[in-house]
Design a protein around this ligand. Structure first.
Ligand code: 1HE
Length: 261
C-alpha cells in the first residue's frame, strides 16, 4: 500500500515494513515524504507489533530536501521542525518498537530519522554524516537530542563542524548503530530482528519503548521508582504469568548464543 507518492507500506505478519521510496532524490525528505512517514507510522501503531523502516535505491536517506528548505520563512521553519519532532517522537516513544535498515548515505535528517528508532542495522556501504554545518543550517529533526545522546555531543559537534563522515564500523564503535552486516543484508537482518521482537509480550516492548528513554532523563531516584512501577505492571500481566510458567515447565525458548556483531 502506498501512503503518499513516496512512502510504501506493507504489513508482513506482525511487522509493518515502511519504505522511503524517492530514490531519484536519494530519499531526501520533502513534505510528501514526511507526510507518508507520519501516516505509515500511525497505521503501524494500530495494526503491527514492530516496524521496520528502510530506503529504496542506493541510499537510506539524504536528509532534508534542500530544494524545499530554501523557500521557508523563519516561522514556517520552526513549524516544520516541530512537525518532524512530533513524527519522529512517535517512532521513538510511540506504540511499537522500530528497527531501521541502513545503507549508503544516512545523512542529516536521514540520520535523525534513524536515531529515533530503537535499533539500527547498517550494512557496510552505510556512511553517516551531518552536513548541516556545510549547508549553513542546523539540525532540526531531533538530532541535537537523539544523535548527541547516542554518540555524545562532542562527536556530534565534530561531525557538524568539520563535515566528518563515519563508516558503518566506526558508527558501531561509537554506539550510533547496534549491528553491522554485509552489503545488501540490512533489510533482511532488520526483518529477522523485528520478527524476534514481535514474539515478545507487547507490554514488555511497550515498557522498553516508552519507559526506558524517559527513565534516562529522570533523577536516579525517580528512575528507580518508575522502573519498579513498570516491573510490577509487566510481571503481573497474564502474558507474563504464562511465559514465566512456560520457562519453569521447560517450554520456553532458550537464550541465544552471544553475538558480537
Ligand atoms: C537532493 C538531496 C537533498 C540529493 N535535497 N535534493 N543533506 C545533504 O546535504 C546531503 C545532500 N546529498 C548528497 O550529499 C548526495 O546526494 C548523496 C551523498 C546523498 C548521494 O550522492 P549521489 O552521487 O548518489 O547523488 P546526487 O547526484 O548527489 O543526487 C541525485 C539527485 O538527488 C540530485 O537531483 P537531480 O535532479 O540533479 O538528479 C540531487 O540534487 C538530489 N538530492 N540529496 C534535495 N538533500 C530537519 S533539519 C535536517 C537538516 C538536513 O538534513 S541537512 C542535510 C541535507
Amino acid at each position: 500500500m502506498n501512503h503518499s507518492g513516496t512512502v510504501d507500506y506493507a504489513l508482513e505478519g506482525d511487522v509493518a515494513v515502511i519504505a522511503l521510496n524517492r530514490p531519484a532524490k536519494r530519499n531526501a525528505i520533502n513534505e510528501d515524504l514526511i507526510a507518508g512517514i507520519e501516516s505509515a507510522v500511525a497505521r503501524a501503531g494500530r495494526e503491527a507489533r514492530v516496524g521496520v523502516i528502510h530506503g529504496r535505491g542506493d541510499h537510506f536517506c539524504a536528509g532534508l530536501d534542500l530544494a524545499e528548505h530554501a523557500e521557508r520563512t523563519p516561522f514556517e521553519g520552526v513549524l516544520h521542525s516541530r512537525k518532524w519532532h512530533r513524527i519522529f517522537d512517535e517512532i521513538e516513544r510511540g506504540a511499537i518498537p522500530y528497527v531501521v535498515a541502513l545503507h549508503g548515505a544516512v545523512v542529516g535528517g536521514g540520520l535523525e530519522l534513524a536515531a529515533s528508532a530503537q535499533i539500527r542495522v547498517a550494512d557496510e556501504t552505510a556512511f553517516f554524516g551531518l552536513p548541516e554545518g556545510q549547508r549553513g543550517i542546523f539540525v532540526g529533526g531531533g538530532g541535537s537530542v537523539r544523535v548527541a545522546r547516542l554518540m555524545s555531543a562532542a562527536r556530534m559537534a565534530d561531525m557538524m563542524l568539520t563535515g566528518r563522515t563515519l563508516s558503518a564500523a566506526k558508527a558501531e564503535s561509537v554506539n550510533l548503530v547496534q549491528y553491522v552486516v554485509a552489503p545488501g543484508r540490512a533489510l533482511a537482518e532488520a526483518k529477522t530482528l523485528a520478527a524476534r521482537i514481535a514474539r515478545n509480550a507487547p507490554m514488555s516492548n511497550f515498557a522498553v519503548v516508552q519507559a526506558l528513554p524517559r527513565i534516562q532523563e529522570m533523577s536516579h531516584d525517580g528512575g528507580l521508582f518508575t522502573e519498579s512501577l513498570m516491573a510490577a505492571m509487566t510481571q503481573t500481566s497474564p502474558e507474563a504469568v504464562e511465559r514465566l510458567r512456560a520457562f519453569l515447565e521447560k517450554r520456553a525458548d532458550r537464550l541465544d548464543k552471544p553475538r558480537d556483531s
